[in-house]
Structures are given as structure tokens and as C-alpha cells.
Design a protein around this ligand. Structure first.
Ligand SMILES: Cc1cc2nc3c(=O)[nH]c(=O)nc-3n(C[C@H](O)[C@H](O)[C@H](O)COP(=O)(O)OP(=O)(O)OC[C@H]3O[C@@H](n4cnc5c(N)ncnc54)[C@H](O)[C@@H]3O)c2cc1C
Length: 381
């Protein structure tokens, strides 16, 4: 089959080769060690910054590489094809997009170049122990005292939490005003006083190299001018505007993981023998793989349409939610079927298919649980 994504061209192929070389040299060899230490090496961020892949689709005037969403999509795809889930470039890019689309000119000029170079690592802190899907239920507060906001509360499950230098914190600036009282605060972890603490790096089922943390605010200080967009109370609308970007990214990683699982399983079933023949010669194996190949192709054409919509600026929240829910459900189903075809080897973590299996599960939960995606889609019925 000779399918080429409609958004790819020769220049992007060259970019893809360069990203792949970077991932092979700077990410893949460290994956096992990162899983043990529960975070990537800090200098990997600086190396990726030097390569120009951290903010591939942010304009050059803000320090980005001046590419399009296609460039950023390639970075996410190559990381996913490599099997990496440790390097938290996804949330980093998400925060950059909040800044680009919702930040003041000064906020963009202050932070985007540092995020592009890797001088700063970014995280976004929405989820709390008592509020995940129901974001309006957050309890973290930010109270203006003179020229600073003072933050109280806690967050959990925060990707990049251990290494983050800049955290976009969702807080209530007016607890009586419902969703209109929510604001996004740009908190510098090394410059917010001693009222900020990073809790433990959480022990997860998969994605073990990713530093997912608890965060505690007990009088952390954020300068008044660091409310995203410069005006209080816009946080909920800013979240709703930017979440589709995050959901498409989850879908992109999901399709790449499906394609990777299929390739690994074809290779294994061609080599492995049972009952005097290669596993792939058994009808069940061929039929399962034929189904997966079909589903992978449907998912690929769907995500390609999403990428084109992103490039043309017409992505909407329903389509992004469909991509997030449908692709990640498919990812978990497909990877499970592939594990089955690997037999016992599929359950051994030294086999990449087993890593794909444990890393896949959370895709249906974060970025908005898939049930929330269906809520959003159903509003358009
Ligand atoms: C590895 C990992 C990384 C994460 N990274 C980040 C991060 O960087 N920043 C951040 O802010 N958060 C992050 N999260 C949090 C993630 O976004 C939340 O876990 C997710 O939104 C679900 O919230 P919850 O865990 O509180 O589940 P709950 O809100 O308690 O929901 C539990 C389940 O109930 C069901 N449910 C909930 N509401 C509805 C509804 N309205 N209709 C039907 N069913 C419903 C769903 O099945 C849902 O999965 C991360 C989570 C994980 C596990």
C-alpha cells in the first residue's frame, strides 16, 4: 500500500529524518534508565531546544522554529514511533500554545524563547485531588495581595511536574464567580518563594519515565502581570479554546503507537514458529493482523484529516474530541491484540510491545477522559 499523508512533502520528509536521528541518538538509548529514575535528563531539553524541535510550530519572532503544525506533528509521531513516552514535549508545546494564543505580548516575549531553547520546561496544572473531569470544581485559589497573587491549594498527576520551571496553574481568582472566576497563572517554580513544593513523582502503571507529580501551593507567589492574557476570569474560556490542540496531539501519538504495534507484530509473527510454520501463516494471525491493518489505515486517514484541519485553522472541539476518544480506544484494543499474538513474550517488559501495552492505557484517561469526549460530541447531536 502506497499511502502518503496529504500534508507531507519533501521538506517535511527531510525534517522527519532529522527528528528521527535526534530521537535515535538522544532519546531511545536512555529510555530504560529514565524509566528507573522516573524522569528524563534535564539536559535532553536543552539538546532538543538546540535542535529546534521543542516549539517547532511557534513563530521565529518568539524564538520558535517558525514551522507549521505539520512540523510539530512529526515530532510527536517520531517520539511515539520510537516507543518513548518519557519526554514530556507534548505538555511543553501545549503551554507554548496557550502563551501564543492567549498570552500578552510581554508574556510571549518573556517565556516563549526560553521554552523554545529548553532553558525552561513547562507544565500545565489543572487536575486536583478533588477535581479532574469537573474542572469547575477546582479549589486552588490565587488571591491578589499588592502586586502579587498568593496561591493556596494542590494539584496532582502533573506531567513534567518534577522538572518544570514554568507551570500554567489553573486557579480561582474569584471563588464566588463559578467558571468566570477561574484564571490561568504563569508560575515560575524557581521564583515563587518557598510556598511552593513538588511532591513525590507518582508510581504509574506505564509511562514510567515521565515525571508525573503532585504539587503543593502554600503561599506561592505569582506577579500580578503573570495572569495569562493579563485579565482575571478568562481561564475557563482559555482552557476550552486550547484543549482541542491537546486532544489532537493525543490522537497523533495514538495512531503512531498503533502503527508501531502493527509493525512489531508483523515482524514477530513472521519469525516465530509454531506447529511447523510461522505464526503469520495461521489464519487467525493473518485475520487479526488484516483487521488491525484496516483499522490502522482508517485511523491514519482520520488523523491526517485532523492534521490538515489544524494546518488550515478549522479544527473544532467536536472533531478533536472524536479523534481523542476513538483513536485511544482503538489503540488500547489493538495493542492488546498484538500482545496476544506475541504470547508470553508480549508480557515481558523487555519487549517493546509490552511497553506499548502499559503506556497505552492512560491515553483514554488524560487530556479529558473518553467519556467527557463523548459528552462534548453529544452536544452537537
Ligand atoms: C499519567 C497522567 C498524566 C496526567 N497529566 C496531567 C497534566 O499534565 N496536567 C493536568 O492538569 N492533569 C493531568 N492528568 C490528569 C488527567 O487529565 C485526569 O486524570 C483526567 O482528566 C480525569 O480526571 P480524574 O482522574 O480526576 O477522574 P474523575 O474526574 O474522577 O473521573 C473518573 C472517571 O469517571 C468517569 N466520568 C467522569 N465524569 C464523567 C461524566 N461527566 N460522564 C461520564 N463519565 C464520567 C470517566 O470514566 C472518568 O475516567 C494526568 C493524568 C495521568 C494519569
Amino acid at each position: 500500500m502506497n499511502y502518503v499523508s496529504p500534508w507531507m512533502d519533501a521538506d517535511l520528509e527531510g525534517f522527519r529524518d532529522a527528528v528521527k536521528r535526534f530521537v535515535d541518538a538522544e532519546i531511545v538509548p536512555h529510555n530504560e534508565r529514565w524509566r528507573k529514575q522516573q524522569h528524563v535528563d534535564r539536559d535532553t531539553w536543552n539538546k532538543a531546544g538546540e535542535m529546534g524541535i521543542l516549539l517547532a510550530d511557534i513563530p521565529e519572532e518568539y524564538g520558535g522554529s517558525g514551522g507549521t503544525f505539520a512540523h510539530q506533528a512529526i515530532v510527536f509521531e517520531e517520539l511515539s514511533f520510537s516507543g518513548d513516552t518519557a519526554f514530556g514535549i507534548h505538555v511543553h508545546a501545549i503551554v507554548a500554545h496557550y502563551l501564543l494564543n492567549q498570552g500578552t505580548e510581554e508574556q510571549k516575549r518573556t517565556y516563549l524563547p526560553k521554552l523554545a531553547s529548553g532553558e525552561m520546561v513547562a507544565a500545565i496544572a489543572m487536575t486536583e485531588p478533588g477535581a479532574g473531569s469537573d474542572l469547575k470544581g477546582i479549589r486552588t485559589t490565587a488571591k491578589l495581595e499588592g502586586d502579587h497573587y498568593v496561591l493556596h491549594g494542590s494539584k496532582t498527576f502533573i506531567s513534567n511536574g518534577y522538572l518544570a520551571d514554568l507551570i500554567l496553574v489553573v486557579a480561582k481568582t474569584d471563588p464566588e464567580a463559578g467558571s468566570k472566576g477561574i484564571s490561568l497563572m504563569l508560575l515560575e517554580t524557581k521564583n515563587c518563594g518557598d510556598g511552593f513544593r513538588v511532591g513525590r513523582i507518582l508510581e504509574k502503571v506505564g509511562q514510567k519515565g515521565q515525571d508525573t507529580c503532585e504539587l503543593f501551593f502554600d503561599g506561592a507567589r505569582v506577579p500580578r502581570e503573570n495572569v495569562l492574557g493579563g485579565v482575571e476570569g478568562k481561564g475557563f474560556v482559555q482552557l476550552m479554546t486550547e484543549l482541542p490542540y491537546e486532544r489532537v496531539i493525543v490522537g497523533i501519538a495514538g495512531v503512531a503507537a498503533i502503527e508501531k504495534a502493527l509493525a512489531l507484530t508483523i515482524e514477530h509473527t513472521k519469525e516465530r514458529k509454531a506447529f511447523g510454520q510461522a505464526l503469520i501463516e495461521l489464519q487467525n494471525t493473518r485475520f487479526v493482523l488484516a483487521e488491525i491493518k484496516t483499522e490502522a489505515t482508517v485511523a491514519r486517514t482520520f488523523i491526517d484529516r485532523c492534521i490538515v484541519d489544524m494546518l488550515e485553522g478549522r479544527m473544532d472541539t467536536e472533531l478533536a474530541s472524536m479523534a481523542k476518544y476513538w483513536i485511544t480506544d482503538l489503540q488500547c484494543k489493538v495493542v492488546d491484540q498484538c500482545v496476544q499474538l506475541f504470547g508470553g513474550y508480549g508480557y515481558m517488559l523487555e519487549y517493546p510491545i509490552a511497553q506499548l501495552y502499559v503506556d497505552a492505557r492512560v491515553q483514554r484517561i488524560y487530556g479529558g477522559a473518553n467519556e467527557i469526549m463523548k459528552e462534548i460530541i453529544s452536544r452537537s447531536l
